[in-house]
Write a protein that binds this ligand. Structure first.
Ligand code: PNS
Length: 169
């Protein structure tokens, strides 16, 4: 019997996608037959970009990977994974500070759905200090974010916050 394809979900807020996320997508796409990058629809958070804008930005940057799809979800992540027949949840760990929260989520998800495995990948050290929150903060204060996000995301940030002037070095 042929083995069933390995399908992984890479969930997150992606507000916006950073080069750290993109590195994980690049590496994850090599490990699984299908990688679904899924944006959480969370009304409680006040995002800079709508879910539609975030999925659009994601689609722009993953178009080079034929086995990567973009989706969004609300409710339990494990239910979303089951809908896609995914057996893996992919998450990145940048530093030890990420570990505690990630462990909690992984153990809760395992309790909810023992058949779904969380797999962690260590961030590329070049991106281990980047977060969407810091990118937005630095950008909104006029700092240079070149190389931290895909160019298309920098363009979107500039459109969203047109009054922000980039500081000269
Ligand atoms: O990029 P983020 O904000 O760190 O991603 C967090 C995310 C989306 C992975 C997490 O909030 C999540 O999975 N939410 C879905 C709700 C859920 O399933 N909760 C119970 C298990 S922790």
């Amino acid at each position: 019997m042929p083995a069933s394809p390995s399908i992984a979900i890479y969930p997150g807020s992606f507000d916006p996608i950073t080069n750290g996320h993109l590195d994980l997508i690049h590496r994850g796409a090599r490990l699984f037959d299908k990688l679904i990058v899924s944006v959480l629809r969370n009304d409680a958070k006040e995002p800079l970009f709508s879910v539609e804008e975030r999925t659009e930005m994601l689609r722009e940057v993953v178009s080079v990977y034929p086995n990567v799809e973009i989706d969004s979800f609300h409710g339990l992540l494990v239910d979303h994974a089951a809908e896609h027949s995914a057996t893996v949840l992919l998450r990145g760990i940048r530093a030890i500070s990420d570990y505690e929260f990630e462990l909690q989520m992984a153990l809760m998800n395992r309790r909810l759905s023992p058949g779904i495995e969380t797999i962690f990948m260590m961030s590329n050290e070049a991106y281990s200090f980047i977060s969407s929150r810091l990118v937005k903060e630095v950008f909104s204060l006029g700092g240079d974010i070149t190389g931290l996000v895909p160019p298309t995301v920098e363009v979107r940030l500039r459109q969203r916050l047109p009054h922000i002037q980039k500081k000269e070095k």
